[in-house]
Design a protein around this ligand. Structure first.
Ligand code: CA
Length: 232
């Protein structure tokens, strides 16, 4: 039987908390307490859309199975400890969609789930056009409008903004953005990114000193603020 989601967590207390939060949404879920069980459930067709993945599993490091879950068609949200910045970066670089920090806040967890599910099911949207809070970006026309007016971006700023708008709400790591916009040779030049983000914010944020659109995830990357999330 099809489940919307898969909970992969070996600690029964945390699993109960996750289930408690999900039971209020109407989303269905399967449960796994090992990596092996997670991969087995992820392979059942039609596969779940999303996995909530604990990284400390008894049989394998959860990081190791992220590529397989993504390959099977699932969006992955990892559950990590507060200070585990390296782990968050590694998970995102391996293809995870997002992360939630333990101890997690139910409202935040559900918002991230809605956002990931929306990205997963929203791929029928026009692939060349995205809306964000207050405006639109059109890749084919290379045009950005805010409040109905055109905004001029340099090609680099445009590519950076498109990368963020293409996956609203998803955290993109510094490395991912650098590889996408500047190329693999510059994957570690975080200063390039900082300078470009600053310039971009001056053009697209109402108040660049208090950004509401391009959100910083300290030590990890950036995300475009998600817009009007709804449960699928
Ligand atoms: Ca664990």
């Amino acid at each position: 039987m099809h489940k919307d989601m898969l909970i992969v967590e070996d600690e029964p207390a945390i699993r109960r908390l996750l289930m408690g939060a999900l039971d209020r949404t109407g989303l269905t879920y399967g449960e796994a307490s090992t990596a092996a069980e997670a991969l087995r459930l992820a392979a059942i067709q039609p596969h779940p859309l999303l996995a909530l993945l604990d990284l400390g599993l008894p049989d394998r490091d959860g990081l190791e199975i992220i590529p397989q879950l993504v390959e099977a068609g699932l969006a992955v949200i990892v559950l990590t400890a507060r200070d585990a910045t390296d782990e968050k970066v590694a998970a995102l670089d391996l293809g995870a969609d997002d992360f939630v920090t333990k101890p997690f806040d139910s409202a935040e967890l559900l918002a991230r789930i809605r956002s990931a599910l929306r990205r997963k099911t929203g791929s029928r949207a026009d692939p060349q056009r995205r809306a964000f809070e207050g405006g639109t970006i059109d890749r084919e026309a290379h045009a950005v409008t805010i409040g109905g007016g055109a905004v001029a971006l340099t090609p680099r700023e445009f590519d950076l903004f498109w990368a963020l708008c293409e996956k609203p709400g998803r955290v993109l790591t510094h490395r991912t953005l650098l590889e996408t916009v500047w190329g693999v040779a510059h994957r570690d030049d975080v200063d390039y990114l900082r300078v470009a983000i600053r310039a971009l914010r001056k053009k697209v944020e109402a108040d660049p000193s208090r950004p509401k659109l391009i959100i910083n995830e300290p030590g990890v990357g950036y995300r475009l603020a998600g817009s009007t999330p709804r449960v699928a």
